[in-house]
Design a protein around this ligand. Structure first.
Ligand code: T4K
Length: 372
């Protein structure tokens, strides 16, 4: 145990931070511009560059991912009930509830932990206005089935793509599906703008509404309050970070892939013995290696590992525990057994670009010892 204890804490993630000189250069630009928020020149430059990088039609930026999700719901005028997944971060459900709508939870699939389309249709009522699936850990949902259900029932689709930066399905950008897709650029994500978020969408008509709603509902052309809005604007410091991190993100993803594959190699014996199950990317997907998750067989095994790892200075996270329909803050039916069993047994292990393959070997050795 002594040999395996890390000197410095190994956290579940660390932010992608570019060379500080690059940020200082952009800070100088912000000072020269005398413009620090409200759709400034760096945000506009970032918008054009990111559109080109991801090959998507429209992008609007926001102060954080959660705020952008709330604005997306307002922009699509959703009413009543929204069918969503309980296996996600608190943000997804809270965006629905904060807009005065009711989340209706569909259970998830056992392989990728995403909303199971076969559970959606039974939950549709005359109050349902939308489906809000999450591409959990960056693995795309069953988009074909979801979009067919939405079309058949005249429902909107907002994808919570918080984890899915730069993911592609059969070469197509993940932000090009549904009515709107939401991305988080939080410090803990593959790509960050410190805090920050974005909506990506095809319908050009949405731009006017999104830009108004994130600025108190004030319309950009005649400055009338035509919509009920909030303040959810990105600022120039966030945009500067985005512009610089964009230069480094492909390299960061390539490094994450090496770490991910090292974990796979080091955990293969435990997998063969049926002690852990690793989440893998779908075969037709260019993945971003956002998370490395393992599923244990029982709650007790998960709990044991989660509590033991800190003794070695390793900090996993329980993404996501419990399922959202079991949060004490709400009173929803707890009727999603698969989400519950995944939530009870899953852990996210450390994954960030400065983690070394030697670190991974040690972490896996610790897991092996603790699961004996
Ligand atoms: N939808 C989904 C599906 C999401 O997962 C999220 C966010 C959202 C919507 C909303 O997007 P945002 O509004 O956040 O843009 C973290 C993030 O705060 C959150 O953004 C993320 N999902 C969630 C999955 O993870 P916590 O509670 O785990 O954060 P925290 O502070 O414990 O950080 C995790 C680890 O990262 C720590 O061990 C330390 C390390 N860390 C963190 C920060 C902030 C650093 O090393 N440096 C840092 O600056 O929620």
């Amino acid at each position: 145990m002594k040999d395996l204890k890390f000197k410095e804490p190994i956290l579940v993630t660390r932010p992608l931070l570019p060379p500080i000189e690059k940020y200082e250069k952009r800070l100088k630009e912000i000072w020269d511009n005398n413009w620090i928020t409200n759709y400034g020149p760096l945000e506009r430059e970032f918008q054009e560059k990111l559109k080109g990088f991801l090959n998507v039609k429209n992008i609007e930026f926001f102060v954080n991912g959660h705020a952008s999700l709330e604005v997306a719901i307002k922009a699509l005028d959703l009413k009543g009930e929204v069918i969503t997944t309980p296996f996600t971060f608190a943000s997804t459900s809270q965006a629905i509830i904060n807009n005065g709508l009711t989340p209706v939870y569909a259970d998830v699939d056992e392989e990728y932990y995403n909303i199971d389309p076969d559970n959606i249709e039974d939950l549709i009522t005359d109050k349902t206005s939308a489906i809000m699936p999450v591409h959990v850990f960056g693995n795309p949902c069953d988009i074909d089935k979801i979009e067919k259900i939405a079309k058949r029932n005249d429902l909107k689709v907002i994808y919570d793509a918080a984890h899915a930066f730069n993911v592609r399905i059969d070469g197509n950008p993940i932000g090009s599906y549904g009515d709107i897709s939401m991305f988080s650029f939080h410090a803990t994500k593959v790509f960050n703008t410190i805090e920050g978020g974005a909506l990506m969408y095809d319908d050009d008509d949405l731009t006017y509404k999104l830009r108004s709603i994130k600025n108190f509902g004030i319309t950009p052309d005649n400055e009338e309050v035509q919509f009920l809005g909030v303040n959810a604007k990105m600022n120039e410091f966030e945009a500067a970070m985005g512009l610089i991190n964009l230069e480094y993100v492909e390299n960061a993803i390539a490094k994450r892939k090496i770490i991910y594959e090292k974990y796979l190699e080091c955990l293969s014996d435990l997998e063969d013995q049926g002690k852990v199950k690793v989440l893998r990317p779908k075969s037709n997907v260019d993945y971003n290696y956002a998370y490395f998750t393992i599923k244990l067989n029982t709650f007790d095994e998960k709990d044991h590992l989660f509590n033991k790892l800190p003794e070695y200075n390793v900090y996993a996270k329980r993404y996501f525990y419990p399922p959202c329909n079991e949060f004490p803050a709400y009173d929803f039916e707890k009727n999603t057994p698969i989400a519950k069993s995944i939530s009870d047994t899953i852990l996210s292990l450390p994954l960030y670009l400065d983690l070394t393959v030697e670190d991974v070997e040690k972490i896996c050795k610790i897991i092996e010892i603790e699961l004996k």
